[in-house]
Design a binder for this molecule. Structure first.
Ligand code: FUB
Length: 454
């Protein structure tokens, strides 16, 4: 996957150079993550950050091979921090396979992550719930058994203004239960939402499924109106939505949010408001090797129409503009990335994640870096079980002007961390910063975090 992505980036740059004759080109920022395949986005805003919960399509997956879930976060919608995998099939002792599309919600300082998995004992899909006191986990199995089980998938939780919480899920049906305030039990029984064509649109050519509703409900409330954004029709899916005056309906079909597009035959929606704008998350097969089973999460910024309807959106490779700037004078995780070429990540021995498997020519782009009057020096937390290398600090693109060069020595181990520093000159204003790694052959170094001084 690393080789393929690096080749694709080189191809992109080559094409741009040929067409617009610019020597330097900023690559696209969708999909959000480049070093692994991600699917089934579930964004959540908490304490000024967007947390993004995703599935993980394994490299080479040909049939939804998914073993873990992943967490990412951002303060600006363009640079995303990799928080690794705080929940996997192993979290649920009763689950066997299929770490599919989940949803995380916060209540009373706790975070509840509802996920569909196969129940080993029954062989059916069931909904489990992970719980943590942190949005980035680790999550533990709240119940030691499924919360609900009826062979259907794709849970989405919603807490109404009066405190009543609901869990929606389903394919081929659409179900809900009323969750209790503890969020891990419910009152009453699972109720089926009537799938009428007035409520969910008309599907042709499939008499057993007369409405467009397929799976992946995403339910929220805005200005007193309840929205259910869902994956429609199969296959390929598109994203559609319905609205209702209450959390359980009656629903009215409102049309398409995102038409069928891209190389994935599924799609999966998540919507949040953040720093004054609205954002629509989805997935496609946009990375090299991408397909319906090797998907990638992407995001678009949008504005509701004045009447509350959602405008139709198409997939872009550019993604949204930065919602904020990034402060280079605060410590930044190396795994906070707008676009990574050739790199991978792993849990760092001293905490958080680190960037690793760095080879000559690999690079990381960080967007909207607010240097202001100018940076004077750069410090990075690095390790190398080989001979080390150089971190080049470039502006604008990976071949852009060099404002600093930091030599990294061998440290005797890939998790033997040390700080290296170097002077910086010419880094002013708000820039796209590229950390470009150079050196000999093989893996050069790992990086845990970096920070400039002014
Ligand atoms: O990722 C596995 C399944 O594909 C999800 O549960 C569905 O929503 C579809 O995206």
């Amino acid at each position: 996957m690393r080789y393929a992505i690096r080749k694709a980036v080189a191809w992109t740059v080559g094409i741009f150079c040929a067409v617009v004759v610019f020597p330097a080109v900023a690559v696209a920022d969708n999909p959000i993550v480049q070093h692994i395949y991600t699917a089934d986005p579930a964004p959540m805003v908490h304490n000024g950050r967007v947390y993004l919960y995703t599935g993980h399509d394994e490299d080479g997956s040909t049939t939804f091979t998914m073993k873990e879930w992943r967490v990412w976060s951002s303060a600006d919608m363009v640079n995303w921090t990799d928080h690794g995998s705080p929940m996997s099939l192993a979290t649920f002792s009763w689950a066997s396979t299929n770490a599919w599309a989940g949803h995380t919600i916060q209540r009373n300082g706790m975070f509840y992550w509802y996920v569909p998995v196969t129940n080993r004992a029954t062989g059916r899909m069931a909904i489990g719930v992970g719980v943590s006191n942190s949005p980035t986990g680790p999550f533990r199995d709240a119940l030691g058994r499924p919360l609900v089980e009826n062979g259907e998938i794709d849970p989405a939780a919603f807490i109404d203004d009066n405190g009543q919480a609901y869990l929606y899920w389903g394919n081929p049906n659409l179900w809900y239960v009323r969750l209790n305030p503890d969020m891990i039990s419910y009152s009453g029984s699972a109720t089926r939402i009537p799938l009428t064509t007035a409520g969910f649109g008309t599907r042709t050519g499939n008499p057993s499924r007369p409405t467009l509703y397929e799976e992946a409900p995403w339910v929220y409330k805005r200005n007193g109106l309840y929205y259910n954004v869902f994956a429609a029709q199969c296959c390929s899916e598109f994203i559609a939505y319905s609205t209702a005056p209450g959390p359980t309906g009656p629903w009215t079909y409102r049309g398409t949010v995102m038409p069928t597009q891209g190389r994935s035959f599924t799609n999966h929606a998540g919507i949040v408001d953040y720093k004054g704008s609205s954002y629509f998350f989805y997935h496609n097969g946009a990375l090299p090797g991408g397909s319906g089973y090797t998907r990638s999460v992407a995001v678009e910024k949008f504005a509701y129409n004045a009447d509350g309807t959602i405008p139709m959106m198409t997939m872009t490779t550019s993604g949204p503009p930065p919602a904020d700037t990034l402060n280079p004078y605060a410590r930044q995780e190396a795994e906070t990335i707008a676009w990574g070429s050739g790199i991978e990540t792993e849990p760092a021995g001293e905490g958080t994640m680190n960037v690793g498997w760095i080879e000559n020519g690999d690079w990381i782009k960080v967007k909207a870096v607010a240097f202001g009057a100018g940076a004077k020096s750069f410090t990075a937390r690095v390790a190398s079980g080989a001979g080390g290398g150089t971190v080049e600090l470039r502006l604008g693109n990976e071949n852009g002007s060099v404002v600093g060069r930091c030599a990294v020595p061998g440290t005797g181990g890939w998790q033997n961390w040390t700080n290296v520093s170097c002077p910086v000159s010419g880094a002013t204003g708000t820039q796209e910063l590229f950390l470009r790694f150079t050196g000999g052959s093989g893996y050069l170094l790992n990086m845990n975090w970096w920070q400039f001084t002014s």
